[in-house]
Write a protein that binds this ligand. Structure first.
Ligand SMILES: O=P(O)(O)OC[C@H]1O[C@H](OP(=O)(O)OP(=O)(O)O)[C@H](O)[C@@H]1O
Length: 175
């Protein structure tokens, strides 16, 4: 077909700051019935900003972190190669089993990070803003669920830049 329009869009989700804030407040409303919590443990780095907002809403002043780093490796499940997070390293943990604590992360995706941290803190209440199917069962609560093939862009991953009007661009191109 001549001049077929090929959409440049991939199936991504871009989360804005106001949306992230609103979703975190929704999470807090659900968490109100689950507490009280002794403190919050943020999974760094993605959990740090949601954890700070949750701490404000629930008036929790004891905050700690678990610092995790994951590595990607290609795996082939017969339907094509996929990038999988296979190895999760804990750079800093905590010295208890999580009883009475609230664990916060921004996203559970493949669930590799959450599974590793679940083992370390089996008694913590685990909440994330967003979840994909592969990891959903590992966490106790989330606000929104996305399909596994959606890529979630958080506000700290993106930037707003000026784009000139389309017609102006075309005039420049035409000389
Ligand atoms: O379910 P998974 O497939 O393990 O993915 C989820 C993890 O990935 C992100 O962290 P990331 O590894 O990107 O590190 P960062 O938060 O330090 O950016 C996110 O904050 C979760 O911790």
């Amino acid at each position: 077909m001549e001049n077929a329009f090929i959409s440049p869009y991939r199936d991504d989700i871009v989360i804005s700051w106001p949306e992230l804030h609103r979703d975190t407040r929704l999470l807090c409303r659900a968490l109100m019935d689950r507490g009280p919590f002794k403190g919050i443990i943020a999974i760094a780095r993605g959990g740090l900003i949601p954890a700070a907002l949750v701490a404000r809403e629930l008036e929790i002043r004891l905050l700690d972190t678990i610092c995790a780093s994951s590595y990607e490796a290609a795996s082939d499940d017969g339907q094509g190669a996929q990038i999988m997070r296979t190895e999760v390293k804990i750079l800093k943990g905590v010295e208890h089993d999580g009883e009475g604590y609230l664990l916060i992360d921004d996203l559970v995706d493949t669930g590799a990070t959450a599974r590793m941290i679940r083992k370390l803190l089996p008694k913590a209440f685990f909440a994330t803003l967003y979840a994909k199917p592969m990891g959903r069962e590992v966490v106790d609560l989330c606000v929104k669920e996305f399909r596994q093939d959606k890529w979630v862009y958080f506000p700290w991953d993106i930037d707003y830049t000026f784009v000139p009007p389309l017609k102006k661009n075309c005039q420049v191109d035409a000389g």
